[in-house]
Design a protein around this ligand. Structure first.
Ligand code: ADP
Ligand code: MG
Length: 677
């Protein structure tokens, strides 16, 4: 019934149905579940708390019969004096001549409108006789598309609720309703549209939030289960003794956090499940070391490994450090866009023959004609999402490698279980011993000269600096121009013995490499750059990071940039040049100066920016919830996750009748079905 056309609803004709369709409303159920995105709360506040020019609601007694005057053509002005808290308030209504008959001396009225605090006057947009039922009355506000108005929508919804509301079926098992004291789905929908008071609103929201989260988490857990499904031949037979020996060759001892993560990863690799794990760790926490050990472990199992990174610079750096680390243990090759055709052919042949043990490169390395002999493990560095597409590419090649994702963007717990709910997560939450905190300063632009002096002094002591050039929004081209300008300026400013270098995304690959190499070898002391240096490149001798226009960056990105320094044993500094325009901006700069801990920073960033902005618009991978808010409602999210895990682990969806409705909803979820394919 509920899936029948809106035209079934009394009062909805063809025209209105078309208008509703624009808003994505086709069926009766669509109408019922078209929930308000916010509420207008008419709340009675004491007179002296009313804010000038705000929309306010007051309740009072009419002191005299209202006076009506006409002006212009058909225009009218009705004035009444109302007693509120023993004060006479003037109320003005335009073009409501008919109200004169309704409102008499002595009546109680509720008036809503714009408040003039100086004249104690309200310009009424809504009125009604009598007081509000509650001290606060709540009006639903719907998001509107096309020609439909809030008023029309409200009418359709009211009608639909009246005639079809009873048919809304429960989808949650009774045990949850009891345990969490949640109202039925029927009541919930009704109360969400027309809550009688704040308590009802809260109550119904709680229920709906849980429902949204539970469905979402069920999806995630089903995907997770699918990823983990046993696949023949996927258990890697790792030679643990050799791995231990390899670890013994590192010039340092692994931190406990590294050990724990490594253990979790190796267990996955040895299991018949496909690994689908995220390794999170702050910049410099030693993820790369863990990755290297995993790759080595794959080799001991007689398989090949691949390391996928987002940029060529990073690929080269990883290539170099892994070559050093592995020495004769492994045949490692680099495959990027700038590899010459002949070399490329040779690499591809070697790969197919199984002569190459480890392949490093950008995402091109799992595509096209790249054929592995026996790919055991893929490590994906610095990518928030490794798409369904790439997974499919791998599978189309008959490959089911264990996949480990690494990210240095610490993700708040709440987001991790949402955006990455279908993955297992390991966290390196401990820095190698002896690391010095990076001292972070926030200054204004007029300090630039002093910053340059500071840099000069430190360069004289053998250190190096990065300067991130001013940022121009949405314009790569202008960003680069800025970097170029600043570069020339500084080259002129500094004495000859200080070499200034320039780095930006449009430089040809060889030039980038050349610059990076010179910086790494301290032939360049000051590197002016756009944010391209953000990821990964390791120059331990660099101790100063200056960031122009710091207020334009997200905290995570600032933290990432800051992570370019503090990699050696000398004291490092991060100098933020920023003149934030608002409180949030100021707050963000302060947070940067207060903490070096990426996880703490991420939590606070999330609170300031909200989940939508956290990953940037493009790749959030975070679903849109109708009512729920991941940050605000994180406790419900955790509860739902636990319940979902239990449901999926115990196969309740298909074995327990209570879960039948949930099962049906998931069965009909096209998004889930594509992903499960
Ligand atoms: P990430 O990849 O997480 O940014 P890296 O693996 O590049 O971190 O490590 C950063 C630096 O710390 C490297 O120079 C690395 O050799 C060093 N390192 C890694 N693990 C340890 C450890 N347990 N103790 C001391 N130094 C370490
Ligand atoms: Mg495995």
């Amino acid at each position: 019934m509920l899936n029948e056309s809106v035209e079934k609803i009394k009062g909805v004709g063809k025209k209105l149905a078309e208008e509703l369709a624009v808003a994505g409303i086709y069926t009766i159920e669509d109408v019922l579940l078209y929930l308000p995105y916010k509420y207008d709360v008419l709340e009675i506040l004491p007179l002296d708390e009313l804010i000038h020019e705000d929309r306010v609601t007051i309740v009072g007694r009419i002191l005299y019969d209202p006076s009506l005057s006409f002006y212009g053509r058909k225009k009218s002005r009705l004035v009444l004096t109302v007693e509120v808290e023993n004060v006479a308030v003037k109320a003005v209504m335009f073009n409501r001549a008919f109200a004169k008959k309704q409102l008499k001396q002595g009546d109680i009225v509720t008036l809503t409108g714009k408040w003039d605090a100086h004249r104690l006057q309200i310009t009424v947009s809504n009125y009604r006789k009598g007081a509000l039922e509650e001290t606060a009355e709540i009006q639903p506000i719907y998001s509107l598309k096309g020609d439909i108005t809030n008023f029309k929508l409200k009418k359709v919804i009211t009608q639909a609720l009246q005639d079809y509301g009873k048919e809304i079926e429960e989808i949650l098992p009774v045990q949850y309703l009891k345990e969490y004291k949640l109202p039925s789905r029927k009541d919930t929908v009704k109360m969400l549209h027309f809550p009688k008071g704040r308590e009802q609103l809260k109550h119904s929201r709680r229920r709906f939030i849980f429902e949204e989260f539970l469905l979402f988490q069920l999806k995630m857990q089903l995907l997770r289960k699918k990823h983990r499904e046993a696949t023949e031949g996927n258990a890697q037979v790792i030679h643990m003794e050799k791995v231990e020996q390899f670890i013994g060759m590192f010039p340092f001892k692994l931190t406990n956090a590294q050990k724990t993560s490594l253990k979790e990863i190796l267990i996955d690799m040895q299991s018949p499940f496909r690994m689908n794990r995220l390794l999170q760790g702050d910049v410099g926490s030693g993820k790369t070391a863990v990755a290297a050990i995993c790759l080595y472990a794959t080799l001991t199992a007689g398989k090949q490994g691949a390391l996928m990174v987002p940029t060529e610079i990073l690929a080269e750096q990883h290539y170099q450090s892994l070559c050093e680390l592995f020495g004769d243990f492994a045949n490692i090759k680099l495959l990027t866009g700038s590899v010459k055709i002949r070399d490329r052919r040779e690499i591809l042949a070697g790969l197919e023959m199984g002569e190459i043990d480890i392949l490093i490169g950008t995402h091109a390395l799992i595509q096209d004609e790249v054929i592995f002999n026996d790919l055991g493990t893929v490590i994906v560095d610095e990518q928030h999402r490794f798409g369904v597409e790439q997974r499919r590419t791998l599978r189309d090649k008959g490959l089911n490698p264990d996949v480990l994702f690494m990210t240095a963007t610490p993700i708040p717990r709440t987001l991790a279980i949402t955006a990455f709910g279908d993955m297992d997560v390991s966290i390196i939450d401990e820095m190698p011993a002896g690391r010095k905190e990076i001292e972070t300063l926030w200054v204004k632009e007029n300090m630039f000269e002093r910053i340059l002096n500071f840099i000069e002094k430190h360069v004289a002591m053998g250190e190096q600096a990065y300067i991130i050039s001013p940022l121009i929004e949405e314009s790569d081209k202008l960003d680069i121009q800025n970097a170029v300008d600043l570069y020339h300026q500084l080259a002129e400013y500094f004495p000859e013995e200080i070499q200034v270098g320039l780095m930006h995304g449009r430089l040809p690959a060889e030039e980038k490499d050349q610059v990076m190499k010179e910086f790494a070898e301290n032939e360049i002391q000051v590197l002016v750059s756009t944010t391209v240096v953000e990821v990964g490149v390791n120059v331990p001798n660099a101790t100063i990071m200056v960031i122009y226009d710091a207020e334009r960056f997200g905290l995570s990105q600032l933290h990432q940039l800051r992570g370019r320094v503090g990699r050696g044993d000398k004291q490092s500094y991060c100098i933020l040049i920023a003149e934030p325009k608002n409180e949030v901006g100021k707050e963000r700069m302060s947070i940067m100066t207060e903490t070096n801990n990426g996880f703490e920073l991420a939590e606070r960033d999330l609170q300031l920016r909200g989940p939508g902005d956290f990953f940037g618009k493009k790749q959030s991978g975070i679903p849109e919830f109708k009512v729920a808010d991941m940050v605000h409602d994180y406790r419900a999210l955790e509860t739902a996750r636990k319940d979902a895990q239990e449901i999926v682990d115990n196969n309740l969806l298909t074995t327990d009748e209570q879960f039948l409705k949930l099962y049906e909803m998931l069965e009909n979820d096209s998004d889930l079905n594509t992903k499960l394919d």
